[in-house]
Design a protein around this ligand. Structure first.
Ligand code: PML
Length: 238
């Protein structure tokens, strides 16, 4: 069965606002294009003046992986959120606090920071752009997903991305803070932790946001190819 990648990106005055991707069957393509444009028009970060939707047939095998299990931390404010994230990273890198400081000062990055666990160095080739994770979707994708109407799309999309990222052996953990000023729940994820939602990871209204992957590799080229180009469908958690 031929599958299609549908990608959307929106911007205002040349600045990125939002992006999304689905991997769907042919008959789902029109509904998915419409749902993505609608979502782009209502993003909390602002009104886009350009929305680009691209549809491409996938001409290769799609890898199928399980979703990370979801849990939620109890966390009343940003100080508690910081403790939860840093405690999760401390066993993985001696530079856990630097990782947090870096992520809580970036904004308007379209891609993720690759944070070298042993040294704290940044490995992504272009620091302003970061590494964009694309080519993935939930395994049961339809243009009329129930979560599209229940407001859960954002969490599903984040879980799909986090599951793809955590699947690569060079990735030790991911930390995500939404760049949407109105959305203050982030997460820390890894194969061992699962997908741990972290409420109050930033103050309400803050434009700060991005993703940071703690990685253990000196040669990130294969990892970057996997993150950007290998098509992955994410199924139920095991
Ligand atoms: C984003 O805005 O795309 C990041 C979403 C993070 C979702 C965190 C959650 O609520 O589980």
């Amino acid at each position: 069965m031929a599958l299609f990648s549908v990608k959307m990106r929106s911007s205002a005055d040349g600045t990125h606002i939002s992006g999304a991707e689905r991997i769907v069957e042919k008959y789902e393509v029109p509904d998915v294009c419409a749902a993505m444009s609608k979502r782009a028009m209502t993003h909390g970060k602002g009104q886009p003046d350009a929305i680009t939707v691209t549809v491409t047939a996938i001409d290769r095998e799609v890898e199928r992986i399980p979703a990370l299990p979801i849990a939620e931390a109890r966390c009343a404010d940003t100080a508690e959120a910081r403790d939860i994230v840093i405690n999760a990273l401390v066993p993985l890198t001696p530079h856990a606090a630097e990782a947090w400081n870096l992520l809580t000062t970036v904004r308007d990055m379209r891609g993720a920071i690759l944070f070298h666990a042993p040294t704290g160095a940044r490995l992504e080739p272009d620091h302003a752009r970061g590494v964009r994770v694309t080519s993935m979707d939930a395994a049961i994708a339809t243009g009329e997903r129930p979560e599209a109407h229940s407001g859960k799309t954002r969490v599903t999309d984040a879980l799909v991305l986090a599951s793809k990222v955590a699947h690569h052996p060079a990735v030790l953990a991911e930390v995500c803070i939404s760049d949407d000023p109105d959305y203050t729940t982030g997460y820390v994820a890894s194969k061992k932790l699962g997908y741990l939602r972290v409420p109050n990871i930033k103050p309400d209204g803050s434009p700060v946001g991005g993703r940071l992957f703690v990685v253990d590799t000196d040669e990130p080229a294969d990892l970057i190819t996997f993150l950007e180009h290998t098509p992955v469908l994410v199924g139920e958690a095991e």
